[in-house]
Ligand binder design. Sequence first.
Ligand code: ADP
Length: 197
Amino acid sequence: MKIGITGGIGSGKSTVTDYIIKRGYQVFDADKIAHEIEEPGGGVLLKLASVFGPEILAEDGSLDRKTMAAVVFSDDKKRKILNDITHREIHAIITEGLSHPETDPVFTDVPLLFESGFNKELDRVWLVTASEETRVKRVVARDGGTPEEVRARIRSQMSDEEKEKMADAVISNDCALEELYEKVDRLLDEANGKINK
Ligand code: ADP
C-alpha cells in the first residue's frame, strides 16, 4: 500500500513523517529528494544547464542556488519552467522508489501533494492539520519571522478544508506530541489490517 503524507506549513507533517520512519517504515521525502537532485551529478542539472545556461552550475558541479534564484527572480515563465523540470524529476524518483517498496505500507512525504496531482498515484493520503494559530506559533518558534508573514504563507496555500475533502485520513495536530503519535499508531495499525476502520 502506497500512502502519501501531506499537510501545510507548520501542520506537523515532518514530525509525523519522522515518527513513521522511527517506526521502521520506508518514506520517500520530496524535500530531501529536491536537495539531492541539486548535488553534483544530480540527474536534472544537465537539463537545467541546457535550459538556463551553464552559469547556474557551481564549480563543483552542484546547482548554484543563488544564480538560479537570480535567473528566475521576477520571471514567472522561467520559474514555471524550473518548477516543471524539478517537480517532474522528483516525482519520477518517488514513483520509481514506490514501485520497489522495502516496507508495506510504504510512504511518501510531499508538501504540495494535491496541488501537484501526485495523490492519484497513491492508495491513500493522510493529511496532517492544525489550527492557524497553532501553525503560526510553531513556525515562528521554528523558523523565526513574524506571525503576519507566516499567516500570509499559510493563506497562499490550499486550505485545509479543501484538502480534507480529498484525504483518506486527517491527523489533527492541535494536541501534545504523545497524542499525535498515538493517532499515527492507530492509522498504522489500520493500514496493517490489525483493526477495522
Ligand atoms: P511541517 O513539516 O508541517 O512544516 P513540523 O513537523 O516541522 O511542521 O512542525 C512544526 C514545528 O512544531 C516543529 O518545530 C515541531 O517540532 C513542532 N511540533 C509539531 N507538532 C507538535 C506537537 N504536537 N506539539 C508540540 N510541538 C509540535
